[in-house]
Design a protein. Structure first.
Length: 184
C-alpha cells in the first residue's frame, strides 16, 4: 500500500543504510534496503527523517541519501533497454509469488528457517505504484525505472557512469560511501 501523497525525493545508497526510530543512535531499527525510494520530510543537522511508500518512517544519516530528480523522467524521452514495462512487471510478480510460496511453506511448518533463507536467497524486488505512475527495481540492470503505463525510463542506478553510457542513457548515479555503520 502506498501512502497518499508519497513522492520519492531520494533513494537509499546501494549498500543500504542503518535507520533509527528517532534521531538518537541508541534507538536503532531495521536498516533500509539498497535503492529504496524515500521521501525526505525533515532534516535535523545530519539526521534525515524519511517516509517510505508503505508509510513506514525512520531517521537516517541524511548526508548519504541520494537525491533523485524532482519529477520522474518524461516518458517521451529516449527509450531505455526494456522500455516496455510488462516484462519487468512479470518478473516482479514471479519473484513475489516465489517469496509468497516460501512464506506459506514456512508458516505451514513445511520449511525451517535455514531452508527458508536458502529458498529466498537472491530474491530482490522493488515496486512502488502511485496511480498511473510506477517505480520498479530491475535487478538484472541494477536500476530503478519509472513508468507511466506505456514506457519505462531509468530513474536511479547502481552502475558506474561508464556502464550507464554503454546502455545509451545517463541515469542518476548512486555513489557508495566509505562511512561506518554508526549514527550520524
Amino acid at each position: 500500500m502506498t501512502t497518499p501523497g508519497f513522492r520519492p525525493t531520494h533513494v537509499v545508497p546501494q549498500q543500504g543504510m542503518p535507520a533509527w526510530e528517532a534521531p538518537d543512535p541508541a534507538r536503532p531499527t531495521v536498516p533500509l534496503d539498497a535503492l529504496l525510494p524515500v521521501q525526505l520530510v525533515e532534516r535535523r543537522g545530519d539526521w534525515g527523517h524519511v517516509l517510505c511508500a508503505n508509510g513506514w518512517e525512520a531517521w537516517v544519516d541524511g548526508r548519504f541519501l541520494v537525491a533523485v530528480p524532482q519529477d520522474p523522467p518524461a516518458a517521451d524521452g529516449p527509450d531505455s533497454p526494456g522500455a516496455d514495462p510488462r516484462p519487468l512487471l512479470a518478473r516482479a510478480e514471479e519473484a513475489l509469488a516465489r517469496y509468497r510460496a516460501a512464506v506459506e511453506d514456512l508458516a505451514g511448518a513445511g520449511l525451517d528457517g535455514e531452508s527458508f533463507r536458502r529458498r529466498t536467497q537472491g530474491l530482490r524486488i522493488g515496486v512502488v505504484v502511485e496511480g498511473e505512475s510506477v517505480w520498479l527495481y530491475d535487478p538484472a540492470q541494477g536500476r530503478w525505472v519509472y513508468g507511466d503505463g506505456t514506457r519505462l525510463s531509468t530513474y536511479a542506478t547502481d552502475r558506474a557512469p561508464g556502464a550507464a553510457a554503454d546502455r545509451g542513457h545517463s541515469p542518476t548515479q548512486v555513489v557508495p560511501s566509505d562511512r561506518g555503520r554508526g549514527g550520524p
